[in-house]
Design a protein around this ligand. Structure first.
Ligand SMILES: *Cc1c(COP(=O)(O)O)cnc(C)c1O
Length: 408
């Protein structure tokens, strides 16, 4: 058996940990204790499973992308369809798990931070379901850029509070949410959206997202009678990727590939490739590969996909990288947009721009492989949310594309 990346005490090899103000030590220990207790509790697990089935719509399919595979002429590409979940992405898997935990802990209020608004919407959704009041912190700059998601959260009954400090984006929303948590930890549960942050969040989020890989592994065994040669997922904070990867960890014949956003190009500085170009440092309460300046301040990051522009990455991916269990590559905005259009045209599946990074890498790679190889790709979400953005980029010719090919 391979040694697991989790080395106990909240660490994944040399990464992770809990670097927080002392006022947060004991609330986070309380979350940790509750998580370890309930994740073994049959009643909790049954309620989780029922919600996954009857509310989220699991299990979702593993689809053989026959047209895409034939067009490329190489490996067979299978798609894990997280895009078909309620609310259109994998984020709900984690939100359901954490809100159930919050309820067991007797918390009467949920808070969260959101960048582009996707995690805010997923959190507001589960809070509506459970009738728990929720407050979502969002940078005021992000609120004006993503006004439709703000409105969605309000429809769902959430209170959206603008973070008006600094650059008024995700980092400032995190700070505002942490301040709220310090003030109100007794009554309040902080629902974190990716496999990042202080212990126990990376372990907990991976646990709730592992349903992706557990299903996919059983589904490919049923369809092909064997494991895939390669599994591929996009990496922002890293939750959909680690959810796919973890159940394959000990399958040493399965090659694991994470795909980061190269934005306008790794050499331009406008990207969010934390694993590829980052250095070890502390961000938002944990240690990881991070893009920061010489004072340890997070650098501004860029991706065509708002869900991927985070200047850090989950600690488990950092351990996977160092041990060589996974490889990490990057895909540019233009390549992701190309994959977005190609998957839509060939398979009738419009992927989220985040997921399009994984699809783009799989497309490049499949061509180089023989037809008896299998690549399994996680489609972390659907692209409906991105259609307007793609329209305006293509009409403004904002990216180097290919009028001839796609007919725009
Ligand atoms: C938020 C988001 C991501 C990135 O988050 P991870 O934690 O890296 O999974 C990827 N895909 C979609 C569709 C998202 O909404």
């Amino acid at each position: 058996m391979m040694t697991q990346a989790y080395t106990g005490d909240g660490n994944f090899g040399a990464y992770g940990g809990r670097f927080v103000p002392s006022a947060l030590e004991s609330p986070l220990k309380e979350v940790e204790q509750a998580f370890f207790q309930y994740i073994e509790d049959p009643e909790f697990l049954r309620e989780l499973k029922d919600l996954q089935k009857d509310y989220v719509g699991r299990s979702n399919p593993l689809t053989y992308a026959r047209n895409l595979s034939d067009t490329l002429g190489g490996a067979k590409i299978y798609l894990k369809r997280e895009d078909l979940n309620h609310t259109g992405a994998h984020k709900i898997n984690n939100c359901i798990g954490q809100v159930l935990l919050a309820k067991r802990m007797g918390k009467s209020r949920i808070i969260a931070e959101t960048g582009a608004g996707q995690h805010g919407v997923a959190t507001a959704t589960v809070c509506a379901l459970f009738g728990i009041p929720c407050t979502i912190y969002m940078g005021s700059e992000d609120m004006s850029r993503q006004s439709l998601n703000v409105f969605r959260m309000k429809i769902l009954g959430a209170k959206v509070v603008p973070a008006t400090h600094g650059r008024q984006t995700l980092k400032d929303a995190v700070d505002a949410a942490l301040n709220d948590y310090i003030e109100n930890a007794e009554s309040t549960y902080y629902l974190l959206g990716s496999a990042v942050g202080p212990h126990p969040y990376p372990l907990m989020v991976r646990t709730f997202q592992s349903v992706i890989g557990e299903e996919a592994r059983a589904q490919i065994l049923e369809k092909e009678g064997r494991l895939p040669d390669h599994i591929v997922a996009c990496v922002g904070g890293g939750s959909n990727a680690i959810g796919l990867f973890h159940p394959f960890y000990e399958d040493s014949t399965v090659n694991i590939i994470g795909v980061e956003p190269a934005g306008k190009g790794l050499e331009t500085g406008e990207h969010a490739a934390s694993l590829t170009l980052g250095k070890k440092g502390i961000i938002h309460g944990f240690e990881c590969y991070t893009l920061q300046d010489e004072n340890g301040e997070p650098l501004p990051v860029h991706s065509i996909a708002a869900g991927l522009d985070y200047p850090g990455v989950g600690p488990e991916h950092c351990a996977y990288k160092d041990s060589g269990r996974a490889e990490y590559h990057s895909i540019t905005d233009a390549e992701a947009l190309d994959a977005f259009l190609t998957l839509s045209k060939t398979e009738g599946i419009i992927p989220a721009l985040e997921s399009a990074h994984a699809v783009a890498y799989a497309m490049k790679f499949a061509r180089t492989l023989s037809k008896d190889k299998i690549i399994l790709v996680n489609v972390s979400g659907r692209g409906d949310k991105d259609v307007e953005q793609v329209q305006s980029m293509l009409y403004k010719k904002d990216l180097p594309l290919t009028k001839e090919v796609y007919g725009f």
